[in-house]
Design a binder for this molecule. Sequence first.
Ligand SMILES: Cc1ncc(C[n+]2csc(CCOP(=O)(O)OP(=O)(O)O)c2C)c(N)n1
Ligand SMILES: [Mg+2]
Length: 407
Amino acid sequence: MRCSPRCGSSSTAIEPRLPIASRPSRTRPRGGRCPRRQESLSSVSDTRPRPPSPMPVRAADGGSSGLKSVDTSALNSIALRETRVKNSPSVAEHLEMYRRMVLVRHLEEGLGVLHREGRTRGPIHRCDGQEAVGVAATAVLEPGDKVTTTHRGHAVYIGKGMAMGPVVAEIMGRATGACGGRAGHMLIADVEAGVIGGNAIVGAGIPAATGMALSMQVLGQRSVALCVFGDGAAQTGICHEAMNIAALWKLPVVFVLEHNGFGLTVPSAVQSSVPDLAVRAAGYAMPSEIVDGNDAVAIYRAVAGMVERARRGDGPGLVECKTYRMEGFSTSDMGGYQRPEDIAAWRARDPLKISREALRASVGDETLSDIESAAKTEVDDAFAAALAAPFPTFRLDEASNPYSEAH
Ligand SMILES: Cc1ncc(C[n+]2csc(CCOP(=O)(O)OP(=O)(O)O)c2C)c(N)n1
Ligand SMILES: [Mg+2]
């Protein structure tokens, strides 16, 4: 089954198969045995060929290969019926997602300019081309829900409702920043907005969101934790540990895998045994879906379905968003390993273009242009305010300063 008109990958959804103990929801099952595990695993090993994915990936041999995926369509019907909810965004919601994506794009481009002028500190991981993932996934959430993200988290910060001013000021290390200038661009958090934080340790946001979901379950809240993480992070051991325990205990956590084709300079094809990482969800009896990661509406729909079932106590789910990072790994990336034709192909499928095109028919060019110019002004103002703001002052504790002359 195709997950969206633009996505050549199949949706993969697997009914959770864990026995539920006496309490029907948010109850930790006593045992971890999965009675139908064998059935799901044998279905996953069916490797019938499928049409290639639109995501261009350089194969291990350096050639170009379409993604060969596992056909798990046999597993889809039950869970898809169950997770089919009223989950399409309204035009107003799509418009707001578009506005936030435009804000993030201006933020990224502004940072690029400042970096070239030598006015930023440390590497900055831009998310140009990936805005739809962080923005659309968080657009689904309610204010009490929490999100963790990665070193490339700008779209999540803005998507979950942080104001542009404190985000820009934090990236620029100013006292007026969301974390007082102490976090920098990779570690921004905002408790009130439900942003538990970016994280410079690859994979570390995955157990953090899972732990947050455990606390929500223990406290009997109706909230959901969402974790945005990369394809590189998906290869870490902690990812598997967290997913296993999340599925075993039916924790209200949704894993959103931002599959941009690379971990640092390493292509997915040489770091993963499977091209579609969503198939791993079957190993945890967890539903999963693959979507076009440049299509905000497709992401919103898939994440909304997973959030809905997590909120009602049916446990975690995984959404794999196929996307591409158009500006390299970071501002210190020297490039040369991304094929120009791949970059061009993905630029042609820019998530902002896809949403703009979809919205034009309903709201018209004028509304979109107004939104675009207001977003530009908002980001320009945020940069001007941040650059005029002071740096924080730090008081060193002499006793714990290893470089102190006092020792
Ligand atoms: C535990 C750990 N190992 C290695 C690194 C170095 N590192 C930083 S980003 C990165 C790649 C991450 O790839 P992915 O998760 O796909 O995120 P992307 O950069 O593609 O958004 C690596 C290996 C790190 N920061 N933390
Ligand atoms: Mg990656």
